[in-house]
Design a binder for this molecule. Structure first.
Ligand SMILES: [Zn+2]
Length: 460
């Protein structure tokens, strides 16, 4: 996968197609940070328990039931679009990593197994394969690097100690042997914590204790506090001389030039334009040879008709951490500041210090709009004239229900009451006048009279 960076955000690309795109709002990243992943370990535990006894390592019968795995996939995919395209690798990796940790834990912490047994390839292969879901790897078609054999090799590297003898059983010989029962998907949860920590420490403009520091001071602090775990963010950056993707899923406005460039016509045109350059190599430092002046000026004439971008900056990503690293690094470089929305609690890009609400549009209204509406509603309801009207409304509405006044009579009264209430709100009449009027029309007789007068006035 590649990340193709634009001035607004980035496109995630695989096999020449854009998988998903982000903009400068970074909502995918922030929504991912806020997603609750805490149910993954338990779901995974339930899944494993149907397939393998984690004490005796006996294989179980229920191998076709993968409800929990479907739930895991659903949670991941809803957390970030990356998972939609990489969930297979993520799930296989979680299983392989868990299985290896389980073996080391069972041997060195629990003495349930012998190391030699687990190093028998056939034994290892059969136990791990029974955890690998057939729905994810039909016909054992494992993605490169995620087969049981790959995990076996990792396991062998991990426990490979020349000094080891079955009698010594010394856990010191194995580096990082887990002392607790391993947990599924711990890597995904740690990754989320890591990204959250970076955002909080470096970019959150409301972060307690940190908000007055400059960016470089915050980076220095972070680097020293988390030094042992996270010495650097590392990404591979390339400069391409032609666009990477076909841009097939983009809206027309964005894709016109790129689509053109993927057609046979375009490729033929390029052959024609640059043929002389393919067959006549030259040194740019010596200037343009005379026989190439004409082809060059033709090419220049052509490039001026293109709406082409000058270059294509891209990053190679091998996993989700690479993608998160790039996005966070780009935010750091562009001086992006973020804060938590006071309404939904999620991060958003904060352009102004005093903006407290994000513009996420969940249920039709954005957080900013929703708060504005709530505020004016509250203010409205706190008005004394509103309270007076409300009390009288409830009373008269109850009279309709008990049929002591008719629907029409209620309707006449309500129209006048509403008009008078609004007159109080706009300052045209005093609240005591409104209160007096409500008192006068409080009796059954006067409501009926009111409606008769209204009808007469309307000529009914
Ligand atoms: Zn919000």
């Amino acid at each position: 996968m590649y990340i193709n960076v634009s001035d607004k955000g980035y496109d995630c690309i695989k096999n020449n197609a854009i998988l998903f795109s982000t903009d400068e709002s970074h909502y995918y990243l922030f929504d991912y940070i806020a997603k609750d992943l805490s149910s993954l370990p338990e779901l995974f535990k339930q899944y494993v328990s149907k397939r393998l006894d984690t004490t005796t390592f006996e294989e179980k019968e229920d191998q076709n039931k993968i409800d929990e795995l479907n739930s895991i996939k659903e949670i991941l995919v809803s957390a970030h679009p990356y998972y939609e395209y990489a969930y297979k690798e993520v799930i296989l990796n979680a299983i392989g990593k868990y299985f290896n940790e389980l073996l080391v834990y069972s041997i060195f912490e629990k003495n349930l197994l012998s190391l030699d047994r687990t190093l028998e390839k056939k034994w290892y292969y059969s136990k791990l394969t029974c955890l690998m879901p057939r729905s994810v790897v039909p016909y054992s078609c494992y993605p490169t690097g995620f087969s049981p054999l790959d995990f076996y090799n990792k396991y062998k590297d991990w426990v490979d100690c020349q000094d080891y003898s079955p009698q010594s059983n010394d856990e010191e010989l194995v580096i990082y042997a887990p002392h607790e029962m391993p947990v599924g998907f711990s890597e995904e949860i740690q990754l989320q914590n890591w990204a959250h920590g970076l955002l909080y420490f470096l970019l959150d403009r409301t972060a307690e204790h940190l908000k007055d520091l400059t960016l470089s001071q915050r980076i220095w602090l972070y680097g020293n506090i988390f030094h042992s775990q996270e010495p650097k963010i590392q990404v591979v950056r390339n400069l391409r001389f032609s666009p990477l993707a076909i841009y097939s899923i983009l809206p027309d406005s964005k894709r016109n030039t790129f689509n053109e460039q993927s057609t046979p016509d375009y490729r033929y045109k390029m052959q024609e334009l640059f043929y002389e350059f393919y067959v006549n190599r030259f040194n740019a430092k010596d200037g343009i040879p005379t026989n190439l002046v004409k082809p060059l000026s033709d090419a220049i004439k052509y490039v001026k008709t293109l709406k082409t971008e000058t270059f294509h900056e891209e990053y190679k990503i091998n996993n989700f951490q690479d993608l998160l690293s790039i996005e966070i690094m780009l935010m750091i470089q562009s001086g992006t500041r973020i804060r938590r929305c006071d309404n939904c609690g999620k991060y958003f890009v904060s352009l102004k210090r005093n903006t407290k609400y994000c513009k996420r549009n969940g249920s039709g209204l954005s957080c900013a709009d929703e708060i504005r509406r709530k505020r004016s509603q509250k203010k409205y309801e706190e008005n004394p004239e509103y309270k007076l009207y409300n009390r009288a409304y409830k009373k008269n509405y109850a009279r309709v229900s008990s049929k002591t006044i008719t629907q029409d009579e209620f309707y006449y009264w309500d129209n006048i009451a509403k008009a008078k209430r609004d007159q109080v709100m706009s300052g045209k009449i005093g609240i005591s006048d409104f209160n007096d009027w409500l008192d006068q029309t409080n009796s059954l007789g006067s409501i009926k009279k009111l409606s008769r007068e209204h009808a007469k006035f309307k000529g009914l």
